[in-house]
Structures are given as C-alpha cells and as structure tokens.
Design a protein around this ligand. Sequence first.
Ligand code: MG
Length: 278
Amino acid sequence: MTARHSLQSAINGKVRPTKIARNAIFLISALTVVSVVVALAAAQSIPKPEWAVHDMNRPLPPVVDPGPAGPPVPAPSDAVVLFDGKDLSGWADAKGSPALWKLENGYMEAAAGTGSIRTKRGFGDCQLHIEWAAPAAVKGEGQDRGNSGVYLMDTYEVQVLDSYNNKTYADGSAAAIYGQYPPLVNACRKPGEWQAYDIIFYAPRFDKDKKLVTPARMTVLHNGILVHDNAVILGPTAQDEPQYAYHPDRMPISLQDHGHPVRYRNIWIRELKDCFAK
Ligand code: MG
C-alpha cells in the first residue's frame, strides 16, 4: 500500500489509524496537558509576601553612595523620546486634557493640584530611562518629602522619594516597588541632584478569558546600581493585598503628582519586542 493510498484509506475510514498516527495523537494530547500545567504554574508563581505592606519592622535598605550625577544619558537611536525638556505634547492628565505641569529649563516639575500625568501612547514590555530630582529645599519627612512615582502601565509604581537621610517604611523608599519590595540598596543622591532610574519591565500576560497567565516582572537600576533583579510583581502596587485585574497589553507610563515639586527630565523608552515567551 502506498503512502498516498494509506492516507486516503484512513480518510475514508477504511483502516484504523496507524501506530504513527496514534503516537501523534498521544503526543499532541500530552503537549496540550503540559502547556496547561505550565500556564497554571505560571499563574501560581506569584510569591507570597514575606512582610505586611508598609511594615515598619522591615529592614531598611543599606545606603550606597552612587557617586556624582552625570549629564543626561543620551537616548539610543531606537528609543521613543517621551520628554526632551522642550514640551509636554506627549503627555496628558488623567482625563486626557493637556498636562499642566511646569515646564522650564529643560525639565518638567509636578505642579501641586494639577494631577498625575501620563503618556498619550501606551507601552507594554519596555526599557525605560527616566531622570528625576527631589526639591533642593528639604521640607517634610518620611513620605511627605519629595514624593512622586513612576508608574508602568499606569498601575505598577516605582517610588520616587527623597530618601537621602529620610527614614520611612522600607517598601516606600526611593526606588521601592511600592508596598511590595524595598530596593536592594538605598542609592539616593542628595535632594536637588539629578538621579536616574533604568527600568526593564515585562507586562503581565492574560489569557483569552482575561485570567492572569504570567505576572509582571521588573528589573530596576537606581543611579546605575541594581535595586531590583527581575522582581515578580505581586499585582497593582496601590493595594494592601495586590490582586491582578485584566488590562490591555499596552498602557501609559504615568508620573505621580503627590503635591511635591519633583522634577523630571530626559525620559526615553525602548519597546522590547518578541523577547518574552508568550
Ligand atoms: Mg509615590
């Protein structure tokens, strides 16, 4: 019997599936089971928090002197420039109206009461570079000193705070993934000095039923120093018991107005494509 004859016979139901066909069916079934198990394992891979949110007993990150600030880091050729110090055209407030933060001398400054601002474009997996400075005139303490925040996908906050000689709960320090992970070290420069975050972010994945498949992950460098190494994000950072909720795969980057005149300059982003196993 030729291969073609055999296939035709199988199609016509004249013969039972060959051993090869049975093996293929078994293999496909096994692979389906494995992929479901892998998906479930990923969904369950969110670590259990070891500390309560904002636990004052959680050890503070050790201080590391990052050295002096340098000039703005040039945007690579494939980056999208989100803010070049000249205009706020890429940003809007929460209602989509023009961003009203102060713009001067190559930076923007959170203007109290104008609200948080966000990029008009949405982003998912990305490498984000952002420079910021807490007010040179020190005022307030704890969370009430130079507070702002960089939100990935408008949901997952990397804390901005003047943490130079300023104690607060560890998971609310500068460069903390707010309420979840303190930075590995406190690499804060003095208030008024420019600082940088370099954030490598992988968005969470949701399946077609909008259920979480893979949590978000983040690696962060503060002033060139590693402060988060592929941290698994527990969920939205504003929650006491973070629970993921479905959202689109691209959402704005946002900057928090916490009522303090924190400055930002030189913001650029590189979209990371096809480097995450879906
Ligand atoms: Mg904040």
